[in-house]
Write a protein that binds this ligand. Structure first.
Ligand code: 5AD
Ligand code: SF4
Length: 447
């Protein structure tokens, strides 16, 4: 088909959203769009939104407002809002009322209807925004296997293996906007990964809100460890990463398997959220501080050098400074390679939105800064454990900050920079680490 229109896609939020956008890109190419990086040049603008925290939402509201001028200059421009924010009816209505120039507002699971929605917007069959919502997760169609994602980069690929979440952590909007857990079949996942490896991609990241419960409800009987086992056995050298793991479902059996595997990543992203048992219970996380520490220690012992990273929420409703100190204590005990830290943000429709929240924003910000200071100190030293060691590194191309060096990724998911030639792009190499920075390692190629 002749390509004559241009689409601009902007994605907010998590890797799952970015993976959905890669599918949307693939779909748009099949209906005659080219992708542009400039909104001014576009005939179609699609924003793939995130609802996990209020500041992400505010950014989207600001960015949508700025599109009004573009639409005035180019009345045929089609503007579509998509994703987690628009899946919530109250937000969709707010968009509609506030921005009459939007053409369509569509939820998380109408991806395969996009061609039809775009065509209707082009024909201008109605004035103002059309809201198109299906129940969250119903017939989740981003797993429509006939739509091929168009991926960025040459050597990496994100592969969604499941969508949705059944956990209902009391602060989290994800189960409300992405619906119940649905897993792709192992057959489809394995066949996609095989094709990616054949294309030369060696850095594969399996995605799901809770990868450890992969396969639940499928007729195939392959659980997450089973899936990793099959992927690990594929021919060749590659890295299979996975995120996000839920501490309550991450079993020692999985750690044992990873310890003996060839190609499975030695990076475990294990969100702890809080170090206080009282808060963990209010969050409905399903594990205790003690269980979490036991699991983290087990992983460190079985997989030497493993990189543990986490997510932490500060200022959950009812959290006291005493609770927060338990989080600080846990962070110091475990020594995460990195921690993604967030100040609690009230989300309409969640259980915690009904909890009393007496701590002021200023106080929460002060706790947050205290946590950052502790984590930054840990980061200054944590990679030193690799100095003098040899790591197997997948070279991903030229360094971003220093084009004289190559940049790559170790099996622990850590960035490693080293000197070497272009012929190493997309290949594995042994690198002896000579320096540790807070966010990367520097080494020399072993020839
Ligand atoms: N407020 C702040 N952070 C949140 N997260 C999830 N919901 C909220 C919220 N309401 C964080 C959690 C989760 C990460 C993806 O986002 O730490 O692990
Ligand atoms: Fe949200 Fe909890 Fe599900 Fe993660 S496990 S997506 S934090 S409800």
């Amino acid at each position: 088909m002749e390509k004559f229109r241009k689409a601009y896609i902007r994605t907010y939020g998590c890797k799952q959203n970015f993976a959905d956008s890669e599918k949307i890109t693939g779909l748009l190419l099949t209906i005659g769009y080219d992708i542009t990086k400039s909104p001014e040049e576009a005939d179609l603008i699609l924003l793939n939104t995130c609802a996990v925290r209020e500041n992400a939402e505010q950014r989207v509201f600001g960015n949508v407002g700025a599109l009004k001028k573009l639409k005035e200059d180019k009345p045929k421009l089609i503007i579509i809002l998509f994703g987690c924010m628009t899946q919530q009816e109250h937000t969709a209505e707010k968009f509609k009322a506030k921005f009459s120039f939007i053409d369509a507002i569509a939820g998380t699971n109408i991806l395969s209807s996009l061609p039809e929605i775009i065509e209707q917007a082009r024909l201008k069959t109605q004035k103002g925004a059309r809201i198109i919502l299906k129940e969250a997760g119903a017939d989740y169609d981003s797993f429509d296997e006939s739509v091929k994602p168009l991926r960025e980069g040459l050597f990496s690929a994100n592969v969604p293996i499941m969508n949705g979440c059944d956990n209902f952590c009391t602060y989290c909007v994800v189960p409300l906007v992405r619906g119940r857990e649905v897993s792709r079949t192992a057959e489809n996942v394995i066949s996609e990964v095989k094709n990616l490896i054949a294309e030369g991609r060696r850095d594969i990241l399996l995605l799901g809100q809770n990868v450890n419960s992969y396969g639940k409800g499928n007729s195939e009987n392959t659980d997450f460890t089973g899936l990793l086992r099959e992927l690990d056995a594929l021919e060749g050298e590659f890295i299979i990463g996975y995120m996000t793991s839920h501490p309550k479902d991450c079993k020692k059996e999985l750690i044992d398997f990873i310890a003996g595997s060839r190609n499975i990543s030695r990076h475990l992203h294990l969100p702890v959220q809080s170090g206080s048992n009282r808060i963990l219970e209010l969050m409905n996380r399903g594990y205790t501080r003690e269980k979490y520490i036991e699991l983290a220690e087990y992983a460190k012992e079985k997989i030497p050098g493993i990189s543990l990273t986490t997510d932490i929420l500060v200022g959950f409703p009812g959290e006291t400074y005493e609770d927060f100190k338990e989080t600080l204590d846990l962070v110091e005990k475990i020594g995460f390679d990195s921690a993604y830290t967030f100040i609690y943000s009230k989300r309409e429709g969640t259980i915690a939105a009904g909890f009393a929240d007496p701590i002021s924003d200023e106080e929460k910000s002060a706790w947050f800064r205290e946590l950052l200071d502790v984590q930054n100190k840990i980061n200054e030293r944590s990679y030193e454990r690799f100095v003098g060691k040899v790591l197997r590194v997948l070279c991903l191309g030229e360094g971003r900050s220093n084009p004289e060096l190559l940049t790559g990724k170790s099996r622990q998911g850590i960035i490693v920079d080293f000197a070497g030639g272009e012929e190493l792009h997309g290949k594995f190499a042994d690198v002896r680490i000579k320096r540790a920075l807070p966010w990367a390692l520097i080494g020399d190629l072993i020839i």
